[in-house]
Unconditional design. Structure first.
Length: 95
């Protein structure tokens, strides 16, 4: 199992993916195609992600997509109410 640079592993979480690594604040999963999804966990246990994680996901796609922070922020905010901005630049999927 490979971890993302800077990730420190704690107790692994069960995640449906070919590879995953668990960090103290979250987890990352990598599909067979190399696409990576990385989330942190809020104090209430909900999954949250920031613009860096969105960028990492875009760059890991089979056809990499790199966009600016402003484009990521605008895109995520345009998805409200499907996404909730839980703190500036951090989002979660609305329940």
């Amino acid at each position: 199992m490979e971890s993302r640079p800077g990730a420190s592993c704690c107790t692994p979480l069960i995640f449906s993916a070919e590879e995953y690594s668990a960090a103290c604040a979250g987890t990352a999963a990598v599909s067979d195609s190399g696409t990576e999804v990385d989330v942190d966990f809020a104090a209430d246990g909900s999954e949250i992600f920031d613009l860096w994680r969105l960028r990492w996901y875009g760059l890991s796609l089979p056809e990499p997509l790199d966009v600016t922070d402003q484009d990521l922020r605008t895109g995520a905010r345009s998805l409200q109410p499907l996404l909730t901005e839980v703190r500036p630049g951090w989002f979660s999927v609305t329940n």
